[in-house]
Write a protein that binds this ligand. Structure first.
Ligand code: MN
Length: 199
């Protein structure tokens, strides 16, 4: 039995066009995300029969693939065919507290996504100690993440996320990601994290 399963996209492959083509979405979901899920399940199985010298490498592979699976699942939920949304409620207030304004947040998030060296992600996370929103830049899938922080929004900075539609123009990809951001979904995730932290 597989431990991890590929979630269905929450919208049609062409729902985010013209910002993301059906070709990009199909490749990204059906090939790239699916590959992380498959590798995560294979790694779990191999860990069960591993020699001691193999365990460190397999743990590394498990972190990479499970994090890739989790980040892509959040990526699909971070975007919406309902474009040009704005944050609302407690999340909007927390963004003002943490970044000064939504425009300042967008500027910093875009900078985080476009200045990754090589492959990685930009995330909006709730840091659990100060209980404050932060932007983090993640190398590959699992580098430099704050322990215990909960991602609210995930933006993929790997080339496969934008290359078919944007070629090397990562800046336009980043700007269009912010136009597709599902702020209603993000607000619901934020409220759920805050509620669970207060129980
Ligand atoms: Mn990706």
């Amino acid at each position: 039995m597989a431990t991890y399963t590929l979630p269905t996209l929450p919208y049609a492959y062409d729902a985010l066009a013209p910002h993301l083509s059906a070709e990009t979405m199909e490749l990204h979901h059906d090939k790239h995300h699916a590959a992380y899920v498959k590798a995560a399940n294979e790694t779990v199985e191999r860990l069960g029969n591993a020699e001691s010298w193999q365990i460190a490498g397999l743990e590394r592979a498990l972190a990479f693939n499970v994090s890739g699976h989790g980040l892509h699942t959040l990526l699909w939920e971070s975007m919406s065919p309902e474009m040009e949304q704005a944050p609302s409620g407690a999340l909007a207030e927390a963004i003002d507290v943490a970044f000064g304004s939504i425009d300042k947040y967008l500027e910093r998030f875009t900078a985080a996504l476009t200045t990754i060296q090589g492959s990685g992600w930009a995330l909006l996370v709730l840091e659990p100690i100060a209980k404050e929103l932060q932007i983090v830049q993640v190398q590959n899938h699992d580098g430099a993440m704050l322990l215990g922080a909960t991602p609210i929004i995930a933006a993929d900075g790997w080339e496969h996320a934008y290359y078919v539609d944007y070629r090397n123009d990562k800046v336009t990809w980043a700007k269009n990601f912010t136009r597709m951001t599902d702020w209603a979904g993000a607000a619901a995730r934020f409220d759920a994290v805050v509620a669970s932290a207060n129980t």
